[in-house]
Write a protein that binds this ligand. Sequence first.
Ligand code: SF4
Ligand code: SF4
Ligand code: SF4
Length: 359
Amino acid sequence: MAISRRNFLKGVAGSGVVLAAGVPSAEARMSKQLPPDAVGLLYDATLCIGCKSCMVNCKTHNSVPGGALYKEGLAPSITDSFLCRKSEKTEQMESPPYETEGIDGNKGIWDAAQDLSGKTLSIIKMYRNGSGEKKDSAVNGHAFFKQQCMHCITPACASVCPAGAFTKDPKNGIVYYEAYRCIGCRYCQIACPFNLPRYEWSAVWPEIRKCQLCRHRIKEGKYAACAEYCPTGATIFGKATELREEAKKRFTMKPGTIYNFPIQTMHSKETSTRAVAAYADKIYGLTEAGGTQNLMLSGISFELLGFNKDIPNAALPDLTWAYIAKVPWVFLGVFLSGTALHIITSRKDRNDKRKGGQP
Ligand code: SF4
Ligand code: SF4
Ligand code: SF4
């Protein structure tokens, strides 16, 4: 029997979970078209040198060591969360952008995140084959790639969230998360076709974490920190429509053509002049899941880089909700199995450390 969203919400509320009052409809929280002032990132892997300045500055401007607390307006206190109200507090970053918490006997080690997590909202990973000598070559080569929320034009996460914790900004199209609404069901994680939102498993009051496209900085007249601090122009920030045109232009250029690649933003006066590489495959994000505001170019096929090749070109939200609403037990199943898995792996980690003689 199909279960309406209203009935689902009643069921959840009946099970003891108190939802924030006045949950906006999914339709009000997302658009099906690119908003006119939509912004985004263009990541061109052929320009990336793997320096991870983007990652470090993502942490600096969005998180603190061991906590990933969002800055002003995005980081409700526990009291705020209980009272279902937006935070007024101002978070000032004073700590350096590396994580030290929880690394026994090795305090002060630089952050070397292996994957996205509650503490790492964007990540640079590396592909390597054979001798790894040649940049952007699938054979005997290496390449870098960047992962963070893609800011879908029609975001599945916003569509399935029963508490209205995800919203797509109607003006700039940024898909943002409000912790004070979140009930921790983690439907968003199941729904995201790119598998990008992460959950703070170890936190006392866990939240979902993902790139918010530095929304707090845009409000201050700045732009995405990863683009601002990228020295090569591999990550640039701009209007989504212009980034689409820029990506298409590069993609169709003859390899070897000399081109002025903008650094930091689409219309930056600072450029890097170099030959255009041979791009593989496609412009990632142009059509995937109905299209995304963040786009990627690569010299190596996205499938080889580990990207899901089965993401359809259609927008997913209606489909996703239609599926999940028919199987509401998924809610409980995901919650329990995820929690059980976390307990088991945490216990195994502790046992391994004990066997290895660590405290
Ligand atoms: S990439 Fe995933 S988390 Fe980001 S907007 Fe799209 S569905 Fe939501
Ligand atoms: S735009 Fe996203 S990935 Fe880039 S610094 Fe901001 S939060 Fe991090
Ligand atoms: S995207 Fe830019 S800042 Fe990030 S690793 Fe590549 S070159 Fe460095």
